[in-house]
Design a protein around this ligand. Structure first.
Ligand code: F6R
Length: 619
């Protein structure tokens, strides 16, 4: 999704602007641009020194922009943007920053201005010339109009009041070069505090290594950055005291560390990220979990009679697995909803409902909207979020962090297994309060603690999985099948191969095959079947027989030592034996690796899959 960075300080602004944009590259984009306030330039016409805004844009990678800049822009105040097209195709003229008619104001914007058509019509009638097809450009022209009568800050607020939609906006003006202004409504912005310099970005990772303290803006807030630091205010100019949070200085997280891609690095990080999610949270003797983030609502949680989990994409798949866990072991009726659907339905919620939002980024617009709706209706809201301090983490009543560390790859991998870790802990926590036996609780704790070692054994098969990927690289269509706990694993496997290898794949419950999809089976179709030795093993076996009988090929994910499958399936990848509820933690690893290696064989840019963004902060 689009990325914003801004710099106000003493050093050449372009250095941080380019570096910041590069750190945001993983989020996905199609074009990039910078605008810098140029120090006084002699104006030959009126013989006066003037401050100007210099804007440079390019289509494609940040490196293209860097080439175009060629170190030429001077100036110590600037804004920059990586764009992911929504209104108007990817092109240089649609890339941000956008300026007004006179080039005296420049803005970068994430989000969507829903009423931009009406605003543009009015502005065009007043003689404003638009250069792009974007919704963002109206902001620059509205500012131009407002600044005819008002100082920059007041004009900015007046402009914001005319906008409908979602935005994170940063603006600079040559008329008032002493400040940089920013505002947030449903699209994240974070301020970075340096020594004698200020930073702003849509994602904290853009500032990693440059700042030690950050301030997250909330909806309805603007910030005024100047030589004396920053102030945060509401749209009605009331000053807000904001908490400054410490930021870990770790530049290395954004490096491949010897892996060809972030995705592969993050797949291999899972034994550690999973152990990190469990750290300090397992109580082996009590067969229980310690979840400090839920302490303040412990009493209320006892009276909850229903759980709804809202999430999107990969996080939706972990939620589906959580539904099986929570119903089987905690005995709480649980429903899972795609956040994008939930927000437009009229969900019936009350005080006894807990609505859990699962999100890696903590910024997904649909999940955030769903949680806000739930809160309004009086439900208890709980976040299972990876990014500390993110909007969803702050919008929920309470939460449990995943502690997976930064996930850079657009295709989510380690976040999925960390989310499952938290859902397992939550199941233990709620289950032990509602009749889950001590013996079963202790068993779950023991098996959870063994998972990192099991994961290492699965990952050690990467070479064999790569060979299989080579064998199937030209395959044009896949079915991914599983039942019960591993139906969501099948959905996740199909999503991975779609998003990075661009191969059409359908995730389906094995038991539903006979109701339609089995018609697809012929010798050209490969079914990836997740079928460990669990309570639905025999059912999966019958499903496999039906596919093989129709000439289909089966690549099975099976439990170590399952000789019957070796005899029948076309190919097999083994995973260690564990509890049924934890088996997706192991089954998903070969599915991630398989998708990764198929994408490698097909020659795709794995960390920057086409049309995708890391966090989806618009609807
Ligand atoms: C898939 C993927 C997406 C995200 C989805 C939700 O690999 O990355 O499907 O899982 O956009 O994002 P979060 O978890 O950040 O809310």
């Amino acid at each position: 999704m689009c990325g914003i960075v801004g710099y106000f300080g003493k050093r050449p602004a372009q250095d941080f602007l380019l570096e910041g944009l590069k750190r945001l590259e993983y989020r996905g984009y199609d074009s990039a641009g910078v605008a810098v306030l140029q120090n006084k330039i002699a104006n030959r016409k009126n013989k006066k020194d003037e401050i100007l805004i210099r804007t440079v844009k390019s289509v494609g990678k940040v490196s293209e922009l860097e080439k175009k800049l060629n170190g030429k822009i001077e100036g110590v105040i600037g804004i920059a943007h990586t764009r992911w097209a929504t209104h108007g195709k990817p092109s240089e003229k649609n890339a941000h920053p956008h300026t007004d008619c006179g080039g005296r104001v420049a803005v970068v914007h994430n989000g969507i201005i829903e009423n931009y058509r009406e605003l543009k019509d009015v502005l065009e009638k007043r003689g404003h010339r638009f250069r792009s097809e974007t919704d963002t450009e109206v902001i620059a022209h509205l500012l131009e109009v407002a600044m005819e009568k008002l100082p920059f800050e007041e004009a900015f607020v007046k402009t914001l009041k005319q906008l409908k939609g979602a935005y994170g906006i940063v603006a600079i003006s040559a008329k008032d070069p002493g400040v940089m202004l920013a505002a947030r409504l449903s699209s994240p912005l974070v301020l970075g505090i340096g020594s004698g310099e200020m930073f702003i970005a849509s994602d904290v990772s853009a500032m990693m290594g440059d700042v030690k303290r950050v301030v997250y803006l909330d909806d309805g807030e603007i910030t005024v950055i100047g030589n004396d630091g920053y102030v945060v205010k509401t749209f009605s100019h009331r000053k807000r005291e904001k908490e400054e949070l410490a930021l870990e200085r770790d530049k290395t997280v954004a490096e491949h560390r010897g892996y060809p891609h972030f995705m592969l690095k993050e797949i291999f990080e899972q034994p550690k990220s999973f152990a990190d999610a469990l750290r300090g949270r397992l109580l082996p003797d009590d067969g229980m979990a310690r979840l400090g983030g839920l302490r303040t609502v412990a009493k209320r949680l006892r009276s909850i009679d229903r759980i709804i989990i809202v999430s999107c994409g990969t996080s939706y798949h972990s939620a589906l697995t959580g539904e099986y866990m929570l119903e089987e072991y905690a005995g709480i009726p649980t429903e899972v909803e795609m956040a994008s659907e939930f927000r437009y339905r009229k969900p019936l919620l009350d005080k006894k409902t807990a609505v859990i939002a699962i999100s890696q980024s903590g910024e997904t617009a649909d999940t955030l909207a769903a949680i806000r709706e739930a809160k309004e209706k009086g439900a208890l809201t709980i976040g299972i979020v990876n990014v500390v301090g993110s909007t969803i983490a702050r919008a929920t009543d309470v939460g449990v962090y995943c502690h997976a560390g930064p996930e850079i790859s657009v295709a989510s991998t380690k976040a999925f297994t960390s989310q499952l870790a938290i859902l397992s802990l939550l199941t233990l926590y709620l289950g032990r309060q509602r009749g889950l036996s001590l013996v079963m609780g202790q068993r779950i704790v023991r098996e959870l603690a063994r998972i990192p070692k099991h994961m290492e054994r699965v990952l050690a098969q990467a070479k064999d999985i790569r060979k299989l990927a080579k064998k199937y690289a030209k395959q044009e269509h896949y079915l991914y099948l599983g039942r019960k706990y591993n139906f969501p694993s099948a959905l996740e496997g199909a999503l991975k191969i779609k998003e990075i290898a661009y191969v059409p794949a359908q995730g389906y419950p094995t038991g539903e095959m006979k109701h339609g999809p089995i018609a697809l089976i012929d010798p050209s179709v490969v079914s990836v079947m997740v079928m460990p030795r669990d309570s639905v093993y025999e059912k999966n076996m019958s499903g496999m027989e039906e596919i093989l009988a129709r000439g289909g090929k089966v690549l099975a994910i099976a439990t170590d030592g399952d000789a019957a499958i070796v005899r029948k399936a076309t190919d097999v990848i083994f995973i260690p034996k564990t509890l049924e509820m934890l088996s997706p933690l192991l089954a998903v690893l070969p599915l991630q690796l398989f998708a990764y290696y198929v994408a490698v064989e097909r020659g795709y840019d794995i960390d920057k899959p086409r049309n995708l963004a890391k966090s989806v902060t618009v609807e």
